[in-house]
Design a protein around this ligand. Sequence first.
Ligand SMILES: *[C@@H]1O[C@H](CO)[C@@H](O)[C@H](O)[C@H]1NC(C)=O
Ligand SMILES: *[C@@H]1O[C@H](CO)[C@@H](O)[C@H](O)[C@H]1NC(C)=O
Ligand SMILES: *[C@@H]1O[C@H](CO)[C@@H](O)[C@H](O)[C@H]1NC(C)=O
Ligand SMILES: *[C@@H]1O[C@H](CO)[C@@H](O)[C@H](O)[C@H]1NC(C)=O
Ligand SMILES: *[C@@H]1O[C@H](CO)[C@@H](O)[C@H](O)[C@H]1NC(C)=O
Length: 342
Amino acid sequence: MMPLRNRSLKMFTLALLFIITITSFLLNYTNSIVSTSWDPKQIAYQFSEQVKKLLKYSRRPCSCNTCILEQTSAWFDERFNITMQPFLTTQNAFIPQESYRWWLKLQGERSPKGINETLQEFFSFIPGDWEHLSERSSSRCRRCAVVGNSGNLRRSQYGQEIDTHDFVFRMNKAPTVGFEPDVGSKTTHHFVYPESYRELGEEVSMILIPFKILDLRWVISALTNGTINHTYIPVPRKIKANKDKIMVYHPTFMKYVYDNWLQRHGRYPSTGFLSIIFALHLCDEVDLYGFGADSKGNWHHYWENNPSAGAFRQTGVHDGDFESNVTHTLASVAKVRLFKGR
Ligand SMILES: *[C@@H]1O[C@H](CO)[C@@H](O)[C@H](O)[C@H]1NC(C)=O
Ligand SMILES: *[C@@H]1O[C@H](CO)[C@@H](O)[C@H](O)[C@H]1NC(C)=O
Ligand SMILES: *[C@@H]1O[C@H](CO)[C@@H](O)[C@H](O)[C@H]1NC(C)=O
Ligand SMILES: *[C@@H]1O[C@H](CO)[C@@H](O)[C@H](O)[C@H]1NC(C)=O
Ligand SMILES: *[C@@H]1O[C@H](CO)[C@@H](O)[C@H](O)[C@H]1NC(C)=O
């Protein structure tokens, strides 16, 4: 029943729009000759605008109160490319030359193993059938929280609110135990690289952000014979991550974030920024917690007691100011909501 009713509704609206267009054309033509005190052209125009809005409403991109793809913003549209796939799957496990050359230089390896062989081995070991995750639907309302590691989470009492989201993304060394009232206890996905790894719960999907080929090899090693214990610093020899839930951030997507969203500021994007754009592509609503400085202007992690650590700002690898500007702009065009602590 539904598709038929939908189709006849569409036919009816199309016919209506057609009539309105003809009418407004005729009115436009006659208007120069006959001048009326009431303006039917204006009325027809307003009516057609209403119909357009109705049509748009019936084809909403998601079923949340607000959808990322619904808010209009030229600034956003210039940067957002809906065709980009955020994670590697067996279907897209191929990195175009241009992205590959850029990616290889991020953390230069002396003698990298072949990327194609590595990916092949990787996906013979770890499932890569995540395509369904990025399929949008007008009946879906996927609400996501991206939880950064800023000290502005301290005494925020955001925990309960964060846990109401369908997806809760966390990153790097972030703990929840002992900080639940402020950061929540739910984690669905956790972004890591070998040097920032922490043990994750059985139910958590680990999202590896690879900065070099060795990072992909490390995952295999850490889940099997543990031969890799060192990258540029010592890394865990063995990990307990749930192998069926491991995902890999796509290097081509990383380049897209760098080119389109950061306009090549810094050497490459930070984990926090990579997570935000990842969420924009996967979710219908995105709420950001724990980004930016605390109320005193300090940059530190919420679990550290040294507020002047400023680890994020002083690496020289990421352009924290530019990333922060883009994040605030995303909030100002209503694509994300930014919770800055209380
Ligand atoms: C979006 O990305 C695709 C795939 O990389 C590319 O072919 C296309 O030109 C991009 N679109 C825009 C508007 O940049
Ligand atoms: C990986 O394979 C693709 C074809 O599937 C090829 O175009 C590309 O050059 C290969 N990359 C490397 C680094 O060998
Ligand atoms: C560990 O596993 C890797 C990949 O399967 C293999 O290439 C390597 O030879 C193994 N190393 C040892 C010491 O068994
Ligand atoms: C890493 O492994 C090598 C060779 O197995 C060993 O000599 C070295 O002590 C290990 N390093 C660490 C930090 O465990
Ligand atoms: C971002 O930077 C631009 C250019 O410097 C500036 O005009 C804009 O106000 C900044 N936006 C925010 C939200 O900080």
